[in-house]
Ligand binder design. Structure first.
Ligand code: NAD
Length: 242
């Protein structure tokens, strides 16, 4: 069994080494070993609210204070955590592949903290916010924000710079991601449940364009598509590959 896994790891390493264009899609699972709860894991509930019921424009309209309270709680958790060996392995990969793009659905900013630069944060970043009145954007790492943070320019209500369920991905981001999937010869899909669109379709797009698809997840979902499925934890497997 161990030999079979080693063979698979070796195959993936060789494939990556001969690749000219690599695209990587990550989800909450890559940050799980940093201690950040995923949405659909057992620890995904907060005060009996499901994440899917809080991360929506309607929830913010209904009760901005509740939504902000949830984000403050998440900011507190994330601030105390560090990038893990999986985040770090991807920075190494970025530096060794000519054409590279990391597409993350995560909002925790840990890829950036690890040193990733060729990256799209598709769903935004929990340390950024924008004004619902004047549109001013800002970055703020404070952990003691007021219950309803206000814009420094116009005092309008700020909201997290997160793409909530039901909201559109920034158009440039979507086009760039799709293009990278179409042009890649290898795609790594790491720690995502494949439920949230459009990211859930990226692996099919890459596969249809001829890419070699590798999934890393203790509960893989791409079994029909992936050329290699590594059922395990990203922080253990990625450093072995890269
Ligand atoms: P998800 O919670 O739906 O799924 C997490 C996936 O990670 C699951 O398939 C699980 O099996 C896998 N996983 C768990 N531990 C793992 C590990 N150690 N190594 C590899 N894989 C592991 O997350 P999602 O697919 O990213 O989609 C949900 C949405 O949740 C996204 O939009 C994302 O923005 C948001 N989210 C982000 C964070 C974060 O920024 N860290 C945390 C929670 C949710």
């Amino acid at each position: 069994m161990k030999n079979a896994v080693d063979d698979q790891l070796k195959k993936v390493t060789q494939k990556i080494a001969s690749s000219e264009a690599v695209v990587v899609l990550t989800g909450a699972g890559i940050s799980a070993e940093s201690g950040i709860p995923t949405f659909r894991g057992e620890d995904g509930l907060w005060k009996k609210h499901r994440a899917e019921d809080l991360a929506t424009p309607e929830a913010f309209q209904r009760n901005p204070q509740l939504v902000w309270e949830w984000y403050q709680w998440r900011r507190g958790i994330i601030a105390a955590k560090k990038a893990n060996p999986a985040h770090e392995a991807l920075t190494l990969l970025e530096s060794s592949i000519r054409q590279f793009l990391l597409i993350t659905q995560n909002v925790d900013g840990l890829h950036g903290r690890a040193g990733s630069r060729k990256m799209i944060e598709m769903h935004g970043n929990i340390w950024k916010m924008w004004c619902t009145v004047c549109g001013e954007k800002m970055e703020n790492h404070a952990l003691d924000l007021p219950p309803l943070p206000q814009c420094v320019k116009c005092e309008g209500l700020l909201r997290p710079d997160i793409v909530w369920f039901g909201e559109a991905i920034q158009s440039g981001h979507l086009e760039q991601s799709i293009q990278a999937c179409q042009n890649s010869d290898t795609m790594l899909v790491i720690g995502t449940s494949g439920v949230v669109q459009p990211a859930a379709s990226f692996a099919s797009i890459a596969k249809e364009s001829g890419a070699y698809v590798v999934e890393i997840n203790p509960k893989p979902y791409l079994l029909d598509i992936a050329d290699v499925t590594l059922s395990g934890k990203a922080a253990e497997l990625l450093p072995k590959i890269i």
